[in-house]
Write a protein that binds this ligand. Structure first.
Ligand code: TYM
Length: 342
């Protein structure tokens, strides 16, 4: 069985890197399989950086509307909100008891954010364990993600192997699926495009704002006449993933031969993003205007996801030696209890 799964944090509205690095490839891969995919909004992960409940809720709807505007079919796939399946937190606990401390302490994403340890929460530290639980609880094996998630997937595989060694083979090791041409998309300052760097482009937002941000993309100061290196230029790197291949080749030649300025390249980039995303933007706005419809879709997805999660969790409980939870607390009088204890 080939089961696709991926998640997007609701720490903000998805940016171009999320759309091209994860959402579009995930939908394409999901639609190519017969088995429904598990696609979700990682709102519990977003709590590692976000402490505003209204913002978390608004972001969750923004991420849901984005998935749907990008073409996700919620009837064919299981589309849900991470926190609607609380079983994942219980699995994360069992997995965390098998996860060596140094493995988490050496994770790049943790090291990057942990310069000031006093400000680091335990949630940020154990972030990869919850991610492993997300994947393993649904028995997913194909995980389309951006290259920045590579180490998190390796950690998931290590944790699954540790579980299998300790308690017997229960989990298949999941495989990351990267889209080579997107890898890690740069933001307007040339660093990885990321909400936490404030360097994102939002193709589903206001086009004027998008235009202004594209105009702010940092370049070197070569004059219009000079030949330029396309492969080290952020404008070209972004254009290469949104424009059709012949247009990309044309821009490459213009860079190499000179007489083509960064201003013109920025205009071309804006047009290419508009051509690819303008109709999606309208669909995004329609979904955002109907939070009840979004909620209904997410809850229907959560019901399906929960059934699957409960099956895995009951196998895990029995493997580790924890009994199933008492669903109904029976009322006992102290007398009948003392009789039973005799
Ligand atoms: P998040 O929300 O940070 O990113 C969501 C997806 O977008 C990809 N991505 C990028 N791709 C290319 N260029 C970029 N600049 C860029 N920035 C982000 C990420 O690689 C990711 O695929 N931990 C995950 C969320 C998650 C998850 C999971 C993913 C939680 N549980 C289980 C897969 C499976 C994350 O940080 O997403």
């Amino acid at each position: 069985m080939r089961r696709v799964l991926t998640g997007i944090q609701s720490s903000g509205k998805p940016h171009l890197g999320n759309l091209l690095g994860a959402i579009l490839p995930a939908i394409e891969l999901a639609d190519s399989q017969t088995e429904p995919a598990y696609l979700f909004i990682a709102d519990l992960h977003a709590l590692t950086t976000l402490r505003d409940p209204a913002q978390l809720k608004a972001n969750t709807y923004a991420v849901a509307a984005t998935w749907l505007a990008m073409g996700l079919d919620p009837h064919r796939h299981v589309f849900f909100r991470q926190s609607d399946v609380p079983e994942v937190c219980e699995l994360a606990w069992y997995l965390s008891c098998l996860t060596p401390y140094p493995m988490l302490a050496n994770a790049h994403s943790f090291k990057e954010k942990s310069h000031n340890l006093a400000e680091v929460s335990a949630g940020l530290f154990t972030y990869p364990v919850l991610m492993a639980a997300d994947i393993l609880i649904y028995r997913a094996n194909l995980i389309p993600v951006g290259k920045d998630q590579k180490q998190h997937l390796e950690i998931t595989r290590d944790i699954a192997s540790a579980f299998n060694r300790t308690y017997g083979e229960l989990f298949e090791l999941p495989e990351p699926i990267f889209r080579e041409e997107v890898m890690i998309l740069p933001g307007i300052d040339g660093r990885k495009m990321s909400k936490s760097y404030g360097n994102t482009l939002d193709p589903l937002g206001d086009p004027q704002e998008l235009y202004k941000r594209i105009k702010r993309i940092v370049t070197d100061s070569k004059p219009v006449e000079a030949p330029k290196d396309p492969d080290s230029c952020t404008i070209f790197k972004l254009y290469a993933v949104v424009a059709p291949p012949p247009a990309v080749e044309d821009m490459r030649q213009r860079y190499l031969s000179g007489g083509y300025g960064y201003g013109a390249a920025k205009e071309a980039l804006f047009e290419a993003i508009e051509a690819k995303f303008a109709s999606r933007r309208e669909s995004y706005q329609r979904w955002m205007a109907d939070p009840e419809a979004l909620e209904a879709i997410l809850q229907a997805g959560a019901e399906k996801a929960r059934t699957e999660a409960q099956k895995t969790l009951s196998e895990v409980r029995s493997a580790v030696g924890v009994r199933p939870p008492l669903l109904r607390l029976r009322k006992r009088t102290p007398k009948s209890l003392s009789q039973r204890l005799k």
